[in-house]
Write a protein that binds this ligand. Structure first.
Ligand SMILES: [Zn+2]
Length: 158
């Protein structure tokens, strides 16, 4: 089994070279802040799944389109954690960095388009696609609701 797709384990294969090569201090700083908060969100979600005895998932699953943050290959469920910044969350309205605002705007628009495309592709292959907002995952009172969605989807596709 390859290293990235071990069941029930998160390997966080984050790299910095996925960005374009227009690097700047500002951009790196933003990236780093966003990534570390994302890693802790994924870890927290992974431990919630584990503590409820939910098994069979893989982190950063490379076996299907879009590399879902969490995937349940047996039940065909792809779960994405949408970062409020990266996906231009309507609720949080995260401000764009002042420097290169246009770059960020276009990047976020591309992310949104890509998320839709990936969703269509996965659904056409019989996958259930769940997208959870970062702000929802950060809200402890919503945890039962989000877990319920996961469990329901597992039931539906089992
Ligand atoms: Zn948000």
């Amino acid at each position: 089994m390859d290293k990235l797709n071990q069941p029930g384990r998160c390997n966080y294969p984050f790299t910095t070279n996925k960005m374009d090569n227009l690097s700047s201090f500002d951009r790196r700083k933003t990236m780093q802040a966003v990534k570390s908060s994302r890693t802790s969100l994924e870890r927290s979600f992974a431990s919630q799944l584990a503590s409820r005895g939910i098994r069979g998932w893989k982190c950063n699953f490379v076996g299907v389109s879009g590399k879902p943050d969490f995937a349940f290959p047996r039940e065909k469920i792809a779960l994405f954690i949408d970062g409020c910044f990266w996906h231009g969350c309507w609720k949080c309205q995260k401000p764009l960095p002042v420097a290169n605002a246009e770059y960020w705007f276009l990047k976020i628009e591309r992310n949104k388009k890509r998320a839709k495309k990936v969703g269509r592709e996965l659904r056409s292959m019989g996958w259930i696609v769940l997208r959870f907002w970062e702000h929802d995952l950060k809200e402890p009172s919503l945890r039962p609701k989000l877990m319920h969605k996961v469990l329901n989807s597992m039931k539906k596709n089992s």
